[in-house]
Each structure stands twice: as C-alpha cells, then as structure tokens.
Design a protein around this ligand. Structure first.
Ligand code: SAM
Ligand code: SF4
Length: 459
C-alpha cells in the first residue's frame, strides 16, 4: 500500500464506519489493556477509542494514557520556543495570518543580526531548543537564508547559555534542500499535513502548498535526505478530528513500516484567530475532544514525543501534560523580531498561554513536573532508529532523568528567582534517588561542577 492509499478517504472512512458506536466496557478494557503494554494500537482500536463519549469512558482513557505517559517519560517535560524568521509568504492558507492575501499584515524578514538578537533574547529566557519557522517564499526566504539563520543561531552565545538544538518547521521542499538542512545540523524537521481530507485541503490552501501530494510526501524526501528525526501533525478544526487522528496514526505507521523509523514527534495545533484573516473553523474541536485526541495518540504511538504549543490556555495545557504531552513551547511570539523588540505587529496567530517560561516553570514544578532543556540525544547522535531502540527498551530513561535534572540545574543557576531556585533544588534532591545507581555518583559530581560554573554536561 502506498502512502496516499494509507491515508485515503476511502480507507479511513471505512474504518470509522465500522466503529460507529462507543465501545462496550468489555471492549474498552481489552483495548486499554493492550495499550498498557506500550506496543501501540491498530487503526480499528484507535477508531474505537475516538468514539468514546461517556464521562466514564473518557476517565478510563485518561487514566490509561496518564499511566503510559508516566511509565515512558516519568514527570519530565521538555521546553522550547519558536523563532519566526520571516512572515513573507506566497501561499494563502485560509486560516493563516501570513497568508499572501492578508494585506493588513506588515511584512518582515529578519537580518542575520536580528536573528542573533532574537536568539539572545530567547537564551536569556533559559531556552536551549528552538523551532525555526517562516512562510514559504522562494525570493524572500530561500533555503540558503534559512540555513544561514540556523548557523547564526548555533553560533550565538549569551552569558553562560546557547541554543543547542534547532528544529525546523518550514514548507515542504526538495530532497536537495532537505540535505542542506541536515548539513546545517537541524534536530527535528516538522511539517503538518494540516488536514488529511483532500477536498478540505484543496479548499483552504492556495499557492504551491495546495499540492496535497507535495505536503504528504515531504517527510519521505526529508528522510531520504538523511533527516531521521521528523515530525508529523494536523491542524485541528479543519475537518472531523476522528478522521484526522486516524489518518495521522496511519501516516505514522506507514512511515515506520517503510523506513523502519516512526515519527519523532506529533504536533496537535488547533486553529486560533489571526489578525486580518476571517476564518471560522469548519470542524471546531472542543476542549474535551482535544484532550481525548492527545490521550488516544499517546496510546496509539506511545514512544513518539507529543508537542503542545502556547496556542492552548494554561489550565488545559497542564491537563494535557498529565495525559500525554511530552514537549511544550513557552514564552512564544509568532511575529518575526518580537522577542527582542517586545512588539508583535505581525503575528501568524494569537497565542493563549502568555506566561513567561519562568512563570510556567514555577507552575509546573508546583504540580510535580520536572522541566527539561535536554538536547543530549541529538548531540550524541542518538536519532532516528537508534533513539527509538533506546526508547522502546526503556533504556533511554537512564539517560533522560539525569540529563533533565542537569539542564534544570543550569536553569536554576542562570535564570531562576530565589523562590524557584529553592523549590527546584528540593525537586532535584528528591529525584536524585531516581538516577540509576551506576550513574548517581557521577551525576552528583556534575551537579557540583554546574554550581562552579561549568555548563553543558550530559550523559
Ligand atoms: N509556512 C510553513 C507551512 O505552512 O508549512 C511553515 C510552518 S507555519 C509557520 C506553522 C504552522 O502554523 C502551519 O503548519 C499551520 O498548521 C499553523 N498555523 C497557521 N495558521 C494558524 C492559525 N491561525 N492557528 C493555529 N495554527 C496556525
Ligand atoms: Fe504561508 Fe505557512 Fe501560513 Fe500557509 S500556513 S500562509 S504556507 S506561513
């Protein structure tokens, strides 16, 4: 079966049609027991979970996904921020503030000096990972411009900090261009299908992006160009979420079957208002359904990182962290230049969680989460298949726990208020017992070295 067939309307609809009703308590138990083994679910089981609507069923689903999340990721949450390079775009996606048809948007493209200023502003917030984003415009933001920006980001230092992993979310492109991104040392290449429903896709996209196949096969080209950490996603609100989740899981499974490596991350953006654009989401997703989507994805592809952005409000985000999300953005701005200028005249869309990273960390620490700024795997070449092997055997936890603690320690030393520092130190002391005995002494030595001013120590 080729990829187009794997996500085709016929195939997805026929699976959905078989599972019209909520699964019986017995059937739900069987599926949740299977999910607890952390081997993933087939598409029929995913469809069954998506049809849950009773309160009792939803609670059982959340309990199961929270357990799987804890077993795989512990209490860790990895943090990053987007860096928008340019809002020039030749496409006119109906929902997006950067649409070429949005005449009220002031267009801006960062110079390399501005890229460095934005990077410094983000480093001062404590960030170590960025997600580079821009509109599609071959003249204003060609691949060489993006590559130069990535090099600028990696070479920028501020105080004791620097950016250690640059992920990228730019328009679908050629294998040659993906090879250039790989050579620039990117982490994950993310691209969202937006909607897997072809008629809807063709209704809301104009310009080069209108080509459904170009978007769908982009990760194949990226993988063939050597990018083995890739991320998939759906823009929720464009079409029925059950269809989208099923197609997304089918895409992930097809990639794993074909290339031997499933996606490194899944993203679940929901449509937000964008200035200058009038777009009413045709299939809005409620908060409860949104959380259900996250829980189902966690059980369907348990070892895949799941990303949540500041599009979502603080309270909902914290629930999502419990039931499945493993990575999140903090302090985000969606307008090029906004971090250093403090102004955001040209946003892609409005965000909901406007707290600073420091405020977010205070809140999540109080709820028992461990913030992580770790970038160790990518820099130790544990990517793609090598990463998945460690993840699936649970071996990765022996590295993630001490690495998360070491990067949090750096944050406490360099960016935290006295109150967060005190609470964070208590958390580190409490969690030191969770570092595997073989590494514990060395881990404690490294904590001391960080106190003395060394940085970037990892396992
Ligand atoms: N321009 C490239 C593209 O479209 O693939 C790069 C990524 S774009 C900067 C990042 C993502 O923002 C898009 O893939 C889309 O899913 C999302 N997005 C666009 N408009 C949005 C809106 N109004 N609300 C929420 N997300 C939006
Ligand atoms: Fe351009 Fe991307 Fe916005 Fe579409 S979603 S208008 S391609 S920036």
């Amino acid at each position: 079966m080729d990829l187009a067939e794997a996500v085709s309307e016929n195939r997805i609809n026929s699976i959905l049609a078989e599972k019209g009703e909520e699964p019986s308590p017995g059937e739900l138990s069987r599926i949740l027991e299977k999910a607890a083994c952390k081997k993933g679910l087939d598409l029929h089981e995913v469809a069954a979970l998506l049809s849950i609507s009773s309160q009792e069923g939803i609670e059982r689903l959340f309990q199961a996904s929270s357990k799987v999340k804890r077993e795989i990721y512990g209490n860790r949450l990895v943090w990053f921020a987007p860096l928008y390079l340019s809002n020039y775009c030749t496409n006119s996606c109906a929902y997006c503030g950067f649409s070429a048809l949005n005449r009220s948007l002031s267009r801006k493209k960062l110079s390399m000096q501005e890229v460095a200023e934005e990077t410094r502003a983000l480093i001062k917030m404590g960030h170590k990972r960025l997600l580079v984003e821009c509109g599609e415009d071959e003249k204003e933001a060609p691949i060489d411009y993006v590559v130069e920006a990535i090099k600028t980001i990696y070479s920028t230092k501020e105080g004791k900090g620097e950016i250690r992993r640059v992920n990228v979310n730019i328009a679908a492109t050629t294998k040659e261009n993906y090879a250039k991104l790989k050579a620039a040392g990117i982490g994950t290449y993310q691209l969202f299908q937006e909607t897997y429903h072809r008629p809807t896709y063709e209704r809301v996209h104009f310009g080069f992006k209108r080509d459904f196949e170009r978007q769908l096969t982009a990760h194949c080209r990226a993988f063939e160009a050597g990018i083995d950490d890739y991320g998939l996603g759906v823009l929720f609100g464009l079409y029925d979420y059950r269809f989208e989740v099923l197609a997304l899981v089918s895409h992930a499974q097809w990639m794993e079957r074909t290339y031997g490596v499933g996606p490194h991350t899944l993203s679940v953006p929901r449509i937000r208002p964008a200035q200058g654009v009038i777009f009413i989401p045709p299939s809005p997703v409620s908060d409860t359904d949104f959380l259900k989507i996250i829980a189902v994805l966690r059980l369907a592809v348990p070892y895949t990182g799941m990303i949540l952005s500041t599009r979502e409000a603080p309270g909902l985000r914290e629930k999502a962290f419990e039931i499945g999300i493993s990575q999140a953005s903090a302090g985000s701005r969606t307008s090029p230049g906004a971090y250093s200028s403090g102004e955001a005249p040209a946003e892609q869309f409005e965000i909901s969680d406007r707290r600073t990273p420091h405020e977010i960390l205070e809140s999540i620490c109080a709820k028992g989460f461990l913030p992580s700024f770790c970038t160790a795997c990518y820099r130790s070449k544990r990517t793609g298949e090598a990463f998945m092997r460690l993840a699936k055997t649970g071996e990765i936890n022996k590295l993630c726990t001490p690495n998360a603690l070491l990067t949090f320690k750096e944050f406490l030393e360099d960016y935290a208020s006295p109150k967060l520092k005190e609470e964070g130190e208590q958390l580190i002391a409490k969690m030191t017992s969770e570092v595997e005995p073989a590494k514990r002494e060395e881990f404690i030595r490294r904590l001391k070295r960080i106190e003395k001013g060394e940085r970037d120590l990892f396992f």
